[in-house]
Design a protein around this ligand. Sequence first.
Ligand code: PMP
Length: 326
Amino acid sequence: MTAHGTPLSSVLDTVGETPLVRVQSAPEAVPVYAKLESFNPGASVKDRIGLYIVEQLLERGDLEPGGTVIEPTAGNTGIGFAIAAGQLDVNAVFVVPERFSVEKQQLMDALGARVVNTPTEDGMGGAIDRAHELAEEIDGAVVPQQFSNPLNVEAHYETTGPEIFDALDGEVGAVVAGCGTAGTLMGIAKYALDQHPDTHVVAVEPEGSLYSTTKGADAEEDEYKIEGIGTHDTDTNELFEPELVDEIIQVPDRRAHDELKRLASEEGHLVASSSGAASVAARNVAERIRDGEIDVPYDSVATIFPDSSERYLSKGIYRSFEEWEG
Ligand code: PMP
């Protein structure tokens, strides 16, 4: 647990216990609170699973000190794993589709990890296959596989969920979060539903992503610019449990982009596109709670701002919508 008033012995002690801050533009009657995950040492929500999973693998003997973790990752997970691995005497190799931001790959490299790129057109599926090939070639290697590893969900069940509930004295009406692996939402949702079975659970994805097909929606697949959430093949998202989710909100790139810029200019948040999408969806849920359209145990909404915009400056995140590369 992070204690900011005392000296800490390792950067690993600064993972988690991130601030929960009110989104000012949300309705007065139904506050929206966002957990600012850029306060983690690797500046994203993924530091939580990096630390939790490496510790658990070592504790269970699935990974030996001096061994190697190999992970297919869009970037933030690599940084989270690289920090934990570096401090716990473990090597790290990451397989990253080329389209993901160069900043993230430079940070993984700086943390001592090896980065292997796969072609953008092969998607995350191509990165997953390559990670397993590499694991065959390297002795003592483990592929934690964030897309299917229950420890990903457990990390959030054990940390993110309880932190939100503690900060709000248990008075959480709805939880809203973007889904990449869905580890964040599933962990928080399971914790929330254990506290109150009527908590409203909302998944957020970009327009063009296919999570909503799991609830019977007739979604059309398309490219999107929002980074870190969404799926083109729901078979890869093994952790996502549609039955725990009340609704799936699709956010168009343009709405997420407008909102991330507004969050910076009006509220002082330097957050990226998945935070913009989460904010749009969380405000929408809060408005519908206020208007009596959704029944919740408490009039409040909790969401996650997963990372910082600084990681995407090279992609023109603060330029016009057209100039933003996504
Ligand atoms: N936002 C960003 C920027 C991310 O990198 C990720 C992880 N891919 C997410 C949101 C979604 O987190 P999760 O994988 O837990 O669904």
